[in-house]
Design a protein. Structure first.
Length: 131
């Protein structure tokens, strides 16, 4: 119940910050992490990929595979299910052209390779910032 409440609050905050009627920038894909994840990206120099059970209670990805991945979405308002269970949520984006993103049979966008930090931005205080 607390997790659902936190997600609802975060979704409201994202809607308010991004603007409910703002058009989605189709040249970007979006990823949900938390502050610790953001600090890890800054320290490591890239966004890592993980097995499906890393930070979740699932044993496989939606297409049944278990390779290391990171998940992305074309709409920043639709990624609330991608945020880790713990920690303060952080919204990240990357240009579609800057990385070899894939689409699984379910239609989800993902990467099987780390994404360099110079291609990433995070949303804070109403604007996008370089990671």
């Amino acid at each position: 119940a607390a997790r659902d409440q936190r997600r609802a609050e975060w979704r409201t905050k994202v809607d308010r910050l991004l603007g409910r009627n703002e058009s989605v920038e189709t040249e970007y894909v979006y990823h949900g992490t938390n502050e610790d994840g953001l600090y890890g990206i800054q320290d490591d120099g890239h966004l890592k990929v993980h097995r499906p059970w890393h930070g979740t209670d699932q044993r496989a990805w939606p297409d049944g595979k278990t390779e290391k991945r990171s998940y992305w979405h074309h709409d920043p308002k639709a990624i609330d299910s991608f945020y880790p269970v713990e920690g303060k949520p952080v919204l990240i984006r990357a240009p579609r052209h800057a990385h070899d993103f894939k689409t699984e049979s379910t239609g989800d966008t993902y990467s099987t390779k780390p994404i360099k930090r110079e291609h990433l931005e995070y949303f804070k205080n109403g604007e996008w910032n370089k990671v």
